[in-house]
Design a binder for this molecule. Structure first.
Ligand code: JBK
Length: 298
């Protein structure tokens, strides 16, 4: 997978050299380039923001540097894409032409856009914003299937909307939110999304089983985990986990997952309810949770 990140704080992305993402990059599974947005400014102060039209607090990111950055990193398509595609439904299928725009002088470190050959899937622009569609495991799964992701990190009160509207004429665009809280900008959100996405790429994790079992993979929270010693500060590991009875262990873990999800994330349980069997429902009822099975006849 090819990833371009555009930011005014490239230093935020130092952690991408570490741990499993760093190893995946070194192994050639993942090609990440971080670009300083100010590369595409032309005034002495390298200005990236200005006051908002219509008034109000804060500053908005100017469109011109963003437009040049996207021109440099994503080649112009032969055919216009189908417009904004926030739900990742895959509507934008325009083929990319190979003729990438040249980078401005001094674009140190930027990779040539010509990597997007004719006929390749277009790049997807991902813009982290509190106004975006919610990022989920399902979205991470879909994004992990993309060939080329371009992340645009906004600061201040965000990026001039015309940048996204113009980009949407040539590539699919997703405005994505991690959650309902306020950050200084999109940089940390990109680190989170990239970790969720890249660990799904073939060869990055090396252990497909741990992908299948973890929290959110089945719509339930994961059961608690324990390791040695069996007794620590007066607290014992649950006996069942030391029983060697694998069927009993699997049932216990399932019960713990159900009860945790019911207590902590009733929203998740409500969505998983169609997949619960009679035994699951009995466990929940025994703990005082009344779960309505949806009536399929309705
Ligand atoms: C937030 O993805 N987000 O959740 C996000 C991105 C950029 C700024 C923000 O305040 N919440």
């Amino acid at each position: 997978m090819r990833v371009d990140i555009i930011t005014i704080f490239p230093e935020y992305f130092g952690p991408l050299d570490l741990s499993l993402i760093g190893r995946a990059r070194a192994a050639g599974l993942l090609d990440i380039a971080v670009h300083d947005l100010r590369t595409w400014t032309h005034d002495v102060h390298r200005t990236v923001d200005d006051t908002p039209y219509g008034g109000g607090p804060g500053m908005v990111m100017r469109p011109e540097p963003w437009g040049e950055a996207l021109d440099a990193l994503v080649p112009a398509p032969a055919v216009a894409a189908g417009g904004s595609d926030p739900d990742l439904a895959g509507a934008g299928e325009a083929a990319s032409a190979g003729a990438g725009n040249a980078e401005p002088a001094g674009a140190g470190g930027a990779e040539p856009a010509g990597a997007d050959g004719a006929g390749a899937a277009p790049a997807r622009l991902v813009v982290p914003t509190p106004a975006g569609e919610r990022f989920t495991q399902a979205m991470a799964n879909r994004l992990a299937g993309e060939r080329h992701l371009v992340f645009a990190c906004g600061r201040y009160e965000g990026i001039d909307q015309r940048v996204l509207d113009h980009a949407a004429t040539r590539m699919p665009v997703s405005e994505v939110s991690l959650g309902d809280y306020v950050l200084f900008g999109g940089e940390v959100a990109v680190l989170v999304m990239l970790e969720a996405i890249t660990r799904l790429l073939p060869g990055v994790l090396g252990n497909a089983e741990s992908l299948a079992d973890e929290s959110h993979a089945h719509g339930l929270l994961e059961a608690p985990g324990y390791t040695k010693p069996a007794r620590w500060r007066g607290l014992d590991v649950p006996d069942v986990l030391r029983s060697g009875d694998h069927a009993r262990i699997a049932r216990w873990r399932r019960d713990q997952a159900l009860l945790r999800t019911a207590r902590r994330r009733p929203d998740l349980l409500a969505r998983a309810v169609a997949e619960l069997d009679d035994r699951d429902l009995a466990v929940l009822a025994g703990a005082g949770f009344r779960i309505e099975q949806p009536d399929m006849a309705k």
